[in-house]
Ligand binder design. Structure first.
Ligand code: SF4
Length: 409
């Protein structure tokens, strides 16, 4: 005898339901139903037909064999990006950790008078730029807190100081949360802020601040900062101005599968409209030192399923990144066979996830990254932030030039 388990809740675009037949003794989905649904999804993937909300909800069910979901995602990865895996040589800069907001998942922020609070001066920013340049970095990833007392000009100055002194360094800076704050500070539009920041040296936008878009979750974990509408408005504006950007999802806390699918489909919709996203980065939640420290962090199996389902649903975003800082090196390496084609970079000075208990190293050497990719059966290719191949001078590692736009067929 079978019973029916309804796993659904309303996603953002109206009520949507999916039911799974389960064995009443084990409460597990029955094998014939799993096989039939997987066959239908495989047919769609092979014929490059777009997957639906129901397909996404099904693929997230733990009873659906992970290796089969991974195999489907690997087909898509191979079709979209061939046998290469990308990495870059990059560094992080968090100009301040002082923040007016108190997101429940954040271990990085500090209060204004907190002894751990800091805000960098020009000298410290220039020292970081110099270190990055000396180490051959092509990119600086710049995000941080919203300091109660630092004016817009201070944030703008971080970019202009770096771009004037280190013009080759690509500045991937400010999430929509910061852009939204700058709009508040200057009383100007998103477009104005973006153009002004671009004049100061902004090269592209990182994907942060997305967390989970669905209000059932967002209102619980970060109700004060830039909302979902602001996040999309910022990225849409960036894309319209010709500024490329990345996108993320912070998963593994209080959200359910339908919140993840809803999140991914919203990203897919904007990408249909603008085509401006380069890469999607699933970010595994790390609970330590956060207000959600009672939660467990997601398992490696959940991490891999999430990479795979993202690859399958986001059929219009070229790259999926396995961010080794959050996944751990082993899982990131495995994710290269579950849909990911990018492993991020060498990364220096990452604070945000290490403050939340990430146990990964602070830095990986280029040799180590290349070795990890080769071990995973892929060909390592160094890219810059906007996915152009980087050509290194064999006699001087810190000297580099730009080759072709990737992926090259
Ligand atoms: S996630 Fe960002 S906005 Fe939220 S508290 Fe942390 S630093 Fe502030």
């Amino acid at each position: 005898m079978e019973s029916v388990l309804n796993t659904n809740e309303p996603p953002s675009h109206g009520r949507k339901s999916i039911t799974f037949k389960v064995n009443p003794n084990t409460n597990q989905m029955i094998a014939t139903e799993i096989n039939a649904r997987l066959r239908t999804i495989r047919d769609k993937v092979e014929s490059q037909e777009r997957l639906t909300m129901d397909d996404g909800l099904f693929l997230y069910q733990p009873d659906v064999p992970l290796h089969e979901v991974g195999e489907l995602a690997d087909l898509v990865r191979q079709r979209m990006n061939g046998n290469v895996a990308y990495y870059n040589i990059n560094t992080h800069l968090n100009p301040t950790n002082v923040c007016v907001y108190r997101c429940r998942f954040c271990a990085f922020r500090a209060d204004l008078r907190d002894p751990k609070g800091y805000a960098m001066d020009d000298e410290q920013v220039i020292a970081r730029g110099q270190e990055a340049t000396d180490n051959g970095c092509t990119e600086m990833h710049i995000v941080g807190g919203l300091h109660h007392q630092r004016p817009y000009e201070w944030y703008r100055g971080v970019l202009s100081t770096l771009s004037e002194n280190f013009p080759k360094l690509h500045l991937k800076a400010w999430t929509p949360v910061e852009i939204n704050w700058f709009e508040f500070q200057t009383k100007n539009s998103t477009e104005w802020v973006m153009n002004d920041m671009r004049e100061a040296g902004l090269g592209s936008l990182p994907g942060g601040g997305a967390e989970i878009f669905h209000p059932e979750v967002r209102d619980e974990i970060c109700e004060h900062k830039a909302n979902t509408h602001a996040w999309f408005h910022t990225h849409r504006t960036a894309h319209q101005l010709g500024i490329r950007s990345n996108c993320t999802m912070l998963y593994g806390h209080i959200e359910k599968a339908y919140h993840r699918v809803d999140h991914l489909l919203r990203l897919r919709e904007l990408q249909d409209e603008t085509g401006g996203f380069q890469v999607f980065i699933p970010l595994a939640f790390h609970p330590e030192n956060t207000k959600l420290s009672h939660l467990k962090k997601p398992s490696a199996l959940d991490d891999l399923r999430n990479v795979a389902v993202s690859r399958l649903l986001l059929d219009n975003i070229q790259h999926i990144k396995a961010y080794w800082i959050m996944l751990g090196i082993g899982t990131a390496q495995t994710a290269l066979s579950y849909g990911a084609d990018d492993i991020d970079g060498t990364v220096r000075h990452e604070l945000i996830y290490h403050d939340a208990g990430a146990t990964t190293p602070e830095f990986l050497s280029v040799d180590r990254i290349r070795e990890l990719i080769i071990e995973a059966g892929r060909v390592p290719v160094e890219r810059n932030t906007i996915y152009q191949e980087v050509i290194r001078d064999p006699n001087d590692f810190s000297n580099w030039s730009i080759g072709e736009t990737l992926p090259v067929s």
